[in-house]
Design a protein around this ligand. Sequence first.
Ligand SMILES: [Cu+2]
Length: 506
Amino acid sequence: MTISRRRFLGLTAGVGTAATGCSTATPTSTGQLLPSRITLPRPFTVPLPPMPVLRPSSASGGRDVFDLVQRPATLEVLPGVRTDLLTYGGTFPGPLLETRSGRPAVVRHRNALEVPVSVHLHGGHTPSTSDGYPTDLVSPGESRDYTYPMRQRAAMLWYHDHRMDFTGEQVYRGLLGVHLVRDDEEDALPLPHSDREVVLAIVDRSFDEHGQLHYPSADAGAGEHAHHHAESPGIDDAHIEGVLGDVMLVNGAAWPVMEVDATRYRLRLLNGCSSRRLDLALDPPPPAGAMFTQIGSDGGLLTTPVAHKHLVMAQAERFDVLVDFSKYPVGTQVTLRNRFGSGPMGAVMRFVVARRASDDDSAPADQLPHRLSEIEPLDTTSARVREWSFTRGKVHGRPGWVINGEPFDPEEMAATVPLGKTEIWRFRTDLHHPVHVHLDPFQVIRRGTSQGPGPFDHGWKDTVDVRPAEHVDIAVRFTDYKGRYVIHCHNLEHEDRMMMAAFATT
Ligand SMILES: [Cu+2]
């Protein structure tokens, strides 16, 4: 076996991690592999499940109201195996919500779980009171209306739990879903739609010998069953690097397979993993043309399409890409690979080019309008610079993760930022830390020593993949809502071990 140069460089990063006294399972993610203790299914045998869609229960008064009950459910995630989950509405992942830009939406969450919850709409431009502050909890038996003005452009958002100290475990056990915002600008583009627009929510998980999700919570034993909740905060000390599963799930199915027509598709990709970074590529690559044509990122459409030979996705990032299956002969099996993974984790799912397409009203990637959308470049000429340093650190005497040397204190504002003023925020890291900022998207200005953003930093972002010992500068401008928000690492085990900071907008 040969070690490629890329892999070798990655291993070097892993050695750096080991030198600090903790282990890392892969050089491309910070985390430890949790082996499953159950026989795993053969890949590419289960069809990609259709994403359940939640319709508004009311659409009067100029707003859409959605009702969602958070409740335990026992579902067949692996064929023939029953797994206890915490769910939004009884499905895993939760149902797809679709709303319109400019039209307010209310999501009425009823908590029928035995644990407190807090719902964050990731990528939402949301007033503080509905943003899912980690200590703003909805207790068991309670309901809460989360109000989203939707004063934002079309984009792929996702919603997930954000409970203080327990986000990693509660998301792992099922509390995540996708929320698409639509607008007229996007509707006017000749993009693949209907059955040819496919949401792919990718997560990694591990299963114990009983088929339950295996999550090493600090409260030993309590975490093995979804209904029995842990009392001690967060992940156990042995897994603070993060949790890497050994089963790849797409829309809740393990290594699924999807039949496609030999034509263009729009894939809306989410890396919903807690700790695992992905490097996606099609195998075989298309004989001609781009592998992926990126048209959007976290915060919606790019200005112009970008061709990629692969896609590096940190946790919580979204990519909106076109894939042209007409380049493949009918009958071709096209595997979506994860080049950061090995063995079974080197694959995500498979497409089978099943038939010629009889109809397609979408434009080929090279005939899309050159301007997909407009993005106003944020002007940083007189911007204040704020540094945020993401490192290992002591949290109340225990090992954990800190920002600027401090563990998260929900009552302590680490920054006060005036609305409407563009700032430069500089993120520095020791290891891999995907950094997420609430309230407004940002623009990556430069990455490391390069003079510009990296190849996967296009457009409006709300999460940026900051790699070991790197610094990334972003331009950010908060608008509309005064209140308290958070910035945090989206490795959820790091977040629960206090790699989060509060800021106030004024
Ligand atoms: Cu981190």
